[in-house]
Design a protein around this ligand. Sequence first.
Ligand SMILES: [Zn+2]
Length: 225
Amino acid sequence: MEKPLFPCSYMRITQGVMEGTHKDSYAFDNAGKDTGIDSVRAPFTGVIKKIYPQDANEVWLESVDVVEYPDGTIDYMTMMFAHDNDISNLSVGQIIPRGTAFYEEGTKGNASGNHVHMECGRGKFTGTGWHKNNAGYWSINNGKHPSECLWIDDSITVLSSYGYQFKTIPVVKEEPKKETESTTPVQKEEPKKEEVKKTPTLIFTCKSDDLYAINLKKGEKLYLE
Ligand SMILES: [Zn+2]
């Protein structure tokens, strides 16, 4: 069963849920690697249910099958994407395999810079796909927080997660093939791989006793010797 993958190679969330134009919604903006235009991959194998070119070229993608949510529950998922400048490659009914770059960041629909506006909804596409919320913004039906819908893996570089904790897809180890009709003893244990020991990178040698100030980003580690 598919686990919906965060749709961009570079996670750099620039506007979070429930704030500004995302008020009363779980919409979030991702601006990718830089200010250029990054592509957006299908988080799951989905079918395009709706395209709304009158505004920000919104596209709704519904999973063709149920998917596994990070909390282990199983359901369909629908996602809405916005701001691609050119969606002439897309049409309703089109099946997009998981991982396919099918959408792009852009500025269509009053976006101040290239990014993709996204919103996850639990379940299948319903009604017109969205509704005008209490703050007056159009929001996907059955909206759900992105970190409760999308997984990440090592193909994604996290530049800024906006403090959201995304669950990592566990790496599936390939089972060694079973030898069924062999007279030679079956080697049961895989040779253990030596762990690569990380050596700390030398960035500064202290020449005299003193107090030093250093800027650290959240999650960064500092080693002293
Ligand atoms: Zn947005």
